[in-house]
Design a protein around this ligand. Structure first.
Ligand code: FE2
Length: 386
């Protein structure tokens, strides 16, 4: 069933009610990207996004096949991994998908139980539970496949007090650009193929015990040219939110189809990172060379005061400042939110980032979808993929 965007009013209590507790999740542990050149990607995430050096594994630490750089900003941990030889399996992933998210790791109390509970409900195994140890203790890891070749790794670290994980050493660098104020992962969106959204909604319900707490159909998410459908899945405590998109019929090729064509299958479309001060974060990100989608037109910003008034919210930020930075505003009963989207962060038009500041609103910017997709279509037109 599809709910009207205007009537979104789902507090976390509602999420608790429907969700099941066989898979308690404490939060996102890390996100691992397979990339062609991890060393250079790490430099980009430090310089452009303000991530900090955290941990490393590579030839110097005895890892002969792969190299990984772990970066951190507040609660967000990114792992960038590249193969060191042509024989390494990771090459196939990179050849097919380009740079992209391989692992969305989830922090759990008990990784063995998470693996058992999900595989017995139909999850396809990626990694049977393993224990890794070093002088700082041990972690337990286990993994299952989700959409496409993407994996959820369950990470149990209650008996570990090292920097990241066994196998990694602390990465001490002389180059430490300031953070830009990114705090935690708010949500991560997956793109799946035609008619596959409900399959994956059911998968998250049955296998992971998640609930579908928001739905948008193609009547709600469309522009003149294209459309998509989206359902938001959440775990019981609301800390993990995975919207799932699928393309819908439109006059032209939608951004979801473009993604599926270039990623050559389903995968993570965007990582939304939360900040307390989006004006500062976006000012810094822009000055460091991060490229954002084009600013919506004047009509969009002219309508913002009315939209806030409709819900009796007062905008604390200066609207002209937001407009100058291209930050969008959406509101619902509970509050408003500020958000902006980067251009794809690799040459294939696949993954991108969202920067989001929530001022009470629990939605995903549905009121901005049209303006956002029109911005994306302007880019698609330049790429010849609309
Ligand atoms: Fe988002």
């Amino acid at each position: 069933m599809s709910k009207k965007v205007e009537s979104v009013n789902y507090g976390l209590e509602k999420i608790f009610e429907g969700a099941q507790d066989f898979l308690p999740l404490l939060g996102t542990d890390y996100v691992e990207l397979y990339v062609g050149n991890a060393k250079q990607a790490a430099h980009f995430y430090k310089t452009a996004f303000g991530f900090q050096s955290l941990a490393y594994k590579g030839l110097e630490t005895g890892s002969k096949d792969t190299v990984s750089y772990v970066l951190k900003q507040d609660k967000i941990r990114l792992v960038l991994t590249s193969p060191l030889t042509s024989k390494q399996e990771i090459n196939k992933h990179i050849v097919k998908h380009g740079d992209g998210v391989k692992v969305v790791a989830l922090w759990v109390e008990d990784a063995r139980s998470a693996y058992e509970e999900t595989t017995k409900r139909g999850a396809k195994s990626y990694l049977e539970p393993i224990v890794e140890k070093d002088e700082h203790g041990e972690i337990v890891k286990a993994g299952i496949y989700t959409y496409g070749e993407t994996v959820h790794m369950f990470v149990e670290r209650k008996n570990y007090n090292g920097t990241f994980m066994p196998g990694f050493v602390e990465w001490i660098s002389d180059y430490n650009p300031e953070p830009v104020g990114l705090k935690y992962i708010d949500h991560m969106v997956g793109n799946v193929g035609w008619n596959e959204m409900n399959i994956w909604v059911k998968w998250y319900e049955d296998v992971m015990g998640f609930v579908n707490f928001l739905s948008f159909d193609d009547k709600q998410i469309h522009t003149e040219y294209s459309a998509l459908m989206s359902k938001v899945m959440s775990n019981g405590n609301g800390r993990i939110k995975f919207p799932i998109n699928e393309p819908a019929e439109g006059k032209k090729r939608s951004q979801i189809e473009e993604y599926l064509d270039f990623y050559e299958g389903p995968g993570v479309q965007h990582i939304a990172v939360a900040t307390d001060d989006i004006v500062k974060a976006v000012t810094d990100l822009r000055s460091r060379g991060v490229e954002f989608l084009s600013t919506p037109p004047d009509e969009y910003y002219n309508a913002v005061p009315g939209r806030l008034e409709e819900f009796s919210h007062e905008l604390r930020e200066d609207l002209d400042r937001l407009k100058g930075l291209g930050i969008m505003v959406d509101a619902d009963e509970e509050g408003y939110l500020l958000q902006i989207f980067t251009k794809p962060i690799q040459d294939r038009p696949t993954m991108f980032f969202e920067i989001i500041q929530r001022m009470g609103a629990k939605g995903f910017g549905a009121g901005n979808f049209k303006a956002l997709f029109e911005s994306i279509e302007r880019e698609q037109k330049l790429r010849g993929t609309l």
